[in-house]
Design a protein around this ligand. Structure first.
Ligand code: FAD
Ligand code: SF4
Length: 569
């Protein structure tokens, strides 16, 4: 006799999606639009578009000049390692580190930046959106680091097309083989100093240079009429009430909601996958209610783990059964290994003389992009892979007057006069998949929900260090060639994680002996569980990864539904 039959029926869906960030939001939309009754479980509080509490506040409305207080630093010291995320205007989008601790193995550093709420980091992301090319998909096979990707660009290209058109990505097609063109909305404009740099970079070095490709609606998006166009106000990290940039809250979750097929359950901390050995299938997940502490189980035919790289990896490592004694789907022993990110914090900047009669329109939330040119074509370095630069030119505005002693008419005159031009760029370098960069469960340290936490053991190696030498020198060289003055270079020490592009801990591959997922993001050893956040990434490339997560998520959802219909799951 099963006394729980009624409860079980009530808690049973066609699909469960864990997480509502960039990948979870997309999975929810795709699965619900394809007709599946979809339960979406999110550990954090609900956030409804367009209710972003600080979005329309003026600078003078924030206490402490919008800087973190001592109390903020006590509670969010790790989240503040970026130096720009814990402000009065944005701190509510980042976790309380005391409630959600983790451990860095002695002598190592890992910067884990997170937001636990509906929408995840789709609210705070920088929106830079680039496609991978076969330079990236073939890299592991060619130089022997990591395992070969089980896919190539042609497999993902239609899904990039699909995602870009749905979320709206503004950009310029350039025909660069290492950075494929896309289905773009109108590009944003360069300003005069950036045009000068572009000329020098292209003519003197033969290097590529384009406007940043960014998930902003620079034209109407008729398929999501509830979203408005970007107003060029550059307050995006507070949340955009216009829906001017892509977030789960403004785009994919409302689309899923419209189908009538989605049930969204915030405050639902998933901590385990339920595995049925007799069926060799996962049957559901275990949840702690974040508000009541109650433990609940939910059941479904398919499960999409989209809880972010370490969120999903935690759930898998914490799902121990007779079949999977070291973590869910971990036959290869690779679960929790091969952590990658992008290394950054290195580049150059300087002053631009002239152009006093020129300015620019609005506050463009974007910059220029210099795609990878190292170890490309005939260029060969003493390291493998490469890096790209993101940068921008700007003119000093009224905020430079804070330190001025002027009052009255002088102050008025000064504040109406823009200051000097400056320009700078920072590199984003590829990090290799090293097996020893890993995360495991620390049973003795618990979080606010009484769950075990994660222990990180990571570090950069020689390849990243050698690459940084070029990242710094090349930036200065290009600025100099464009006539930039007072050039300063920088190379700030960072930990892995500070790129906020963590990837790799449940990589996909051809061989179940060396990878956790197959080419459809399906757990090799349990076909009704799909993992489509950054944990599936087999290598890191040097471009921002979230567009790629969405493309693979849409592809996996399409495959899952067709397999379900065929009775294969
Ligand atoms: C300041 C900043 C700038 C960035 N800039 C860029 C950029 O320009 N371009 C780019 O490509 N990427 C950028 N990123 C990275 C980007 O935000 C992430 O790659 C992306 O959000 C990852 O999507 P995700 O769905 O895997 O995870 P998330 O968006 O983090 O969502 C995961 C969700 O899962 C929930 N969750 C976690 N654990 C559980 C659990 N156990 N149970 C239930 N729910 C759970 C979380 O609360 C969260 O809502 C940036 C990030 C930040 C913070
Ligand atoms: S710049 Fe555009 S996307 Fe960003 S907050 Fe303003 S309107 Fe929204």
């Amino acid at each position: 006799m099963n006394l729980n039959t009624e409860a079980e029926k009530k808690n049973t869906y066609d699909a469960i999606v864990v997480g509502t960030g960039i990948s979870g939001g997309f999975a929810a939309k795709e699965l619900a639009e394809k007709g599946l009754n979809t339960l979406v479980l999110e550990r954090g509080r609900d956030v409804k578009h367009p209710d972003y509490p600080t979005a329309t506040k003026d600078p003078w409305e924030f206490e402490n000049a919008d800087l973190p207080t001592q109390e903020d630093l006590r509670k969010q010291g790790v989240q503040n390692r970026t130096g720009y995320t814990i402000r009065q205007s944005t701190k509510h989008w980042f976790v309380n580190d005391l409630d959600h601790p983790y451990t860095e193995k002695e002598g190592t550093r890992f910067d884990w930046m997170r937001g636990y709420h509906v929408g995840g980091r789709s609210i705070m992301w920088g929106r830079q959106s680039y496609r991978w090319s076969d330079l990236d998909f073939e890299a592991n096979a060619k130089d022997g680091f990591g395992v070969d990707w089980p896919v190539r660009y042609k497999d993902i290209e239609p899904w990039y097309d699909y995602v870009e058109q749905y979320i709206g990505v503004s950009g310029q097609n350039e025909g660069y083989a290492q950075l494929p063109d896309g289905k773009f909305l109108p590009p944003m404009e360069f300003n005069c100093t950036e045009l000068e740099l572009k000329k020098a970079v292209r003519e003197k070095f033969g290097r590529p240079f384009t406007i940043g490709r960014t998930a902003h609606a620079t034209a109407p998006l008729p398929h999501t009429p509830w979203r408005g166009q970007c107003q060029f106000r550059n307050l995006c990290s507070r949340g955009c009430p216009y829906g001017g940039y892509f977030s789960s809250n403004s785009c994919t979750l409302p689309a899923a909601e419209k189908t009538g097929k989605m049930t969204l359950r915030p405050n639902s901390v998933v901590y385990e996958i339920i595995y049925d050995e007799t069926k060799s299938k996962a049957t559901g997940v275990k949840v702690i209610d974040g508000e009541t502490g109650e433990q609940v189980e939910f059941y479904a035919k398919i499960i999409f783990l989209c809880a972010s790289t370490f969120g999903s990896t935690f759930i898998m490592l914490n799902s121990i059964s007779n079949r999977f004694p070291t973590g869910f789907g971990n036959d290869s022993g690779e679960l929790g290994h091969n952590i990658m990110d992008h290394h950054l914090g290195v580049g150059a900047g300087g002053d631009v003389e002239g152009f006093e009669d020129q300015y620019y329109f609005g506050r463009r939330a974007n910059g220029f992009y210099i795609p990878r040119y190292r170890n490309w074509g005939s260029d060969k370095r003493d390291y493998v892979r490469g890096f790209g630069y993101q940068g921008g030119g700007s003119r000093q505005g009224w905020d430079s007057l804070v330190a001025e002693a002027a009052i009255g008419a002088d102050l008025k005159q000064l504040s109406a006069t823009p200051g000097k031009w400056s320009i700078g760029m920072m590199g984003f370098g590829e990090v290799l998949p090293y097996h020893e960069n890993s995360v495991s469960i620390a049973k003795d340290k618990k979080d606010i929900n009484g769950l075990p936490t994660l222990l990180f053991d990571t570090g950069f190696k020689e390849n990243e260090k050698k690459m940084r030498v070029d990242m710094r020198a090349d930036a200065a060289e290009m600025l100099e060639a464009a006539g930039v003055k007072n050039i300063h270079t920088f190379d700030n020490e960072t930990g892995l994680g500070l790129g906020i592009h963590e990837m790799g801990t449940a990589r996909m591959g051809k061989d179940p002996k060396t990878s956790v997922l197959n080419k459809w993001n399906q757990v090799h050893a349990c076909k009704n569980v799909f993992v489509t956040d950054g944990s599936f990434m087999t290598s890191a490339a040097c471009v921002n990864p979230s567009l790629t997560y969405m493309a693979f998520t849409a592809r996996a959802a399409d495959y899952a539904v067709s397999e379900l219909k065929k009775g294969n799951l």
